[in-house]
Write a protein that binds this ligand. Structure first.
Ligand SMILES: NC(=O)c1ccc[n+]([C@@H]2O[C@H](COP(=O)([O-])OP(=O)(O)OC[C@H]3O[C@@H](n4cnc5c(N)ncnc54)[C@H](OP(=O)(O)O)[C@@H]3O)[C@@H](O)[C@H]2O)c1
Length: 262
């Protein structure tokens, strides 16, 4: 059984831990500064502790799922358990913290990976990208296999990680913003709020399924009758700068991710 550790059982670490525990395929350890957040996982057979070093000592693969500004101190704590001769690897899910930032805190030659997931992992429908330094490449397959438990996983070069963070890491929040705007627009046109909400949620879910095997343009063209309602909406939305606002938002998020490494 592969020994996997998770440091930080918040939104991302907790989601991953739940699914890995359900699979029964891993020997799991987890730590967090909040003892009370760990108790729920004990019942699922996870070894829990407030010592990050203990998690690193017990695991072959350690996921660090704390906020970007906490990654440096966590790496410092677990460093004594890591190194090229230990056979262990560490994988960070933090936005903006590069493999070089992480490696600076660890013994030279340590296997280091980065994963950028998103919060849809909590319902098993996440998407994630993964990359590794040279010593970590051996573990890429294992990390991909682990993140498959919470959704789709692809390899991506590290130079594109800040853009991916902006695209799908923050992506669920953009979709939620769009959903809220669409619900409010329906309410403004007189549709009862609960009905508007159901219609919008099903529309977004159904469109996501359509987009699995059709291009965005195909879906648009199927809906947009020449001279019809959708065409009128597109002109009005474009005049208001809809597409440009999305480009600007993703660019701003990419720049913000670049600044998080410290
Ligand atoms: N949330 C997202 O949508 C998302 C998407 C993609 C990537 N990420 C990345 O995933 C990482 C985790 O994000 P999250 O949203 O899951 O954060 P979160 O919900 O705040 O979870 C992090 C957990 O780790 C705890 N923690 C803080 N310092 C610690 C330490 N030194 N040792 C052990 N545990 C510690 C936190 O406690 P406190 O609350 O007291 O700090 C919290 O319980 C971030 O680096 C983020 O960039 C997040």
């Amino acid at each position: 059984m592969q020994k996997v550790g998770i440091i930080g059982v918040g939104k991302i670490g907790g989601s991953l831990l739940v699914r890995l525990a359900e699979s029964g395929d891993f020997d799991l350890s987890a730590s967090d500064v909040h003892r009370d957040q760990l108790t729920v996982y004990e019942k699922a057979g996870v070894h829990t502790t407030t010592s990050n070093l203990e998690v690193a000592q017990r695991s072959d693969l350690v996921f660090v799922a704390v906020k970007p500004w906490d990654v440096g101190s966590v790496m410092g704590e677990i460093s004594p358990a890591l190194g090229p001769d230990t056979g262990k690897a560490v994988a960070s899910v933090a936005a903006g913290v590069t493999i070089a930032n992480i490696s600076d805190r660890l013994p030279p030659g340590t296997a280091v990976l980065r994963v950028m997931p998103n919060v849809c992992a909590s319902v098993g429908l996440g998407s994630a990208v993964v990359t590794a330094n040279e010593p970590g490449r051996e573990m890429l397959g294992d990390v991909v296999g682990i993140f498959r438990h919470v959704g789709d996983v692809m390899e991506l070069p590290e130079r594109l990680f800040d853009a991916a963070t902006a695209l799908h890491g923050s992506g669920p929040a953009y979709v939620a913003l769009f959903a809220d705007a669409l619900i409010q627009a329906g309410v403004r046109q007189g549709i009862p709020r609960d009905i508007a909400r159901r219609l919008v949620v099903e529309t977004i879910g159904g469109t996501a399924v359509l987009l699995k095997d059709r291009s965005a343009h195909q879906v648009r063209d199927e809906v947009m009758t020449p001279g019809g309602t959708t065409a009128a909406a597109f002109v009005a939305m474009e005049k208001a700068g809809f597409v440009g606002a999305i480009h600007d938002g993703v660019e701003a998020a990419t720049e913000q991710a670049r600044g998080l490494g410290g």
